[in-house]
Write a new protein. Structure first.
Length: 150
């Protein structure tokens, strides 16, 4: 595990509605402004998922103001992918997209395979439990990769 924290991290997943916003919020909670953190999806156009908002709120992470965006939105709005030290892909599609950019941009890519909780569980509580599992999996990985005194 690297001893120095990256100065900027971009999390990515399929739609930027659940996993990558969770990761963004959790890393911001962990390190505040020490690391510049953003998130994107392969595809955009959706709203942040209500279950993701609920389970993150349980641990003090607010996602309700998160605006979803895709890689294409990111570029259209003038953001520079090349300015990130690390891109963390949370889904196979986002890993493929991130690796495409490494052909002409220089940043490290890590893949953290993370379950998509959409469609899991029949009751509200069962759905929330699936989302909590994803949240906790991401939180554990963040604590391991970006230690508090790193």
């Amino acid at each position: 595990m690297p001893s120095l924290l990256p100065s900027s991290v971009l999390f990515c997943c399929d739609h930027n509605t659940i996993r990558s916003p969770m990761a963004e919020g959790l890393l911001k909670q962990q390190h505040g402004t020490k690391i510049f953190v953003q998130s994107v999806g392969v595809r955009g156009g959706s709203e942040i998922d209500g279950f993701a908002i609920a389970v993150c709120r349980e641990i003090g992470v607010e996602l309700h103001r998160h605006k979803t965006r895709s890689f294409d939105d990111f570029e259209d709005w003038g953001d520079d992918l090349g300015s990130y030290d690390l891109v963390v892909a949370l889904s196979p599609a986002s890993l493929r997209r991130a690796l495409e950019y490494t052909r002409y941009l220089s940043f490290e890519v890590e893949y953290w395979p993370t379950m998509d909780p959409v469609g899991l569980g029949e009751s509200r509580e069962a759905k929330l439990e699936s989302y909590r599992q994803v949240r906790d999996q991401i939180k554990e990985k963040i604590l391991e990769r970006f230690p508090p005194d790193g």
